[in-house]
Design a protein around this ligand. Sequence first.
Ligand code: AHM
Ligand code: MG
Length: 335
Amino acid sequence: MFKKNQTLGEFIIEHQSSFKYTSGELSRLINSIRLAAKVVNHEVNKAGLVDIIGAAGDTNIQGEDQQKLDVYANQKFIQTLTNRNIVCGIASEEEDDFISINSQDENNQNRYVVLIDPLDGSSNIDVNVSVGTIFSIYRRVTPVGSPVTVDDFLQKGNQQVASGYIVYGTSTMIVYTTGDGVNGFTLNPAIGTFYLSHPNMQFPENGRIYSVNEGNYVQFPQGIKNYIKYCQKEEGDRPYTSRYIGSLVSDFHRNIIKGGIYLYPKNAKNPNGKLRLLYECNPMAFLAEQANGKASDGFTRILDIQPKELHQRVPFVCGSKNMVDTLEQFMKLAL
Ligand code: AHM
Ligand code: MG
């Protein structure tokens, strides 16, 4: 069924018919993301060479400094999706509000909205550590041909039709799902083509890696503290190994391949956690479930949370199924 070394372009065409709404619109949309990813990749790779890194001077809605490459990636993804007239709306972690596309044009029959974190983990750029792009795609809920509203974006994660990430690492990869498993494609930079390199990716059911910013330990909820102590205890296959890149995409990517759990719990500075439900947690949760893994806020399935606002944050735990199950048991016991 999977042809290794198949190009992403070929794969998209071949698998188009397995998607339940087969108008080709979603395929064209994923193709546009592929194109923007290549452009952003080129720029990310140059970051160490030219004087492009450093804060652009702006702050985003969360009050964080924006790096220049964040701004660049944000513009590229928005431009590509807008110019190709492929979506009816875009929401970005770097924009205060959602963008309605061609809202005046009644002939705009586009049915999809995209939510994007254009460059996640951007504090890693100027130290040459991998960063990523995360995207999430929904069908609009308001009538086709009318301007999009916030309701088109505030959908539960279980309504996603596709999600994925691009990791700009030692190799650049696109990993995505349209609800039929997870596949990974690696860029051959010499010819600018993504090839199927990781067909049918699956989280191992058990893992031995835990990824968390332990600097925040004293502020974590008791259940998280107890779970971390459990990971460190010498017993059975433990202690587990601690690995934390501080780039969600890269930490997730390692854990899906090797087996592990990623945690970003609430702490004093971030009482609702740090990560954004719509731009980071939902797309990663959809990928995790499609790859036999699990994603939770410690108690509840991420994909079942009803979003209330675009930039909502949520505690996030994601990874190998049995590890997330155990974490949830610790959370319940500590209540
Ligand atoms: P960002 O969207 O501002 O880049 O923040 C998200 C990133 C994640 O990629 C990463 O896992 C986390 O923030 C790291 O946060 P911290 O430095 O607090 O550990
Ligand atoms: Mg982010």
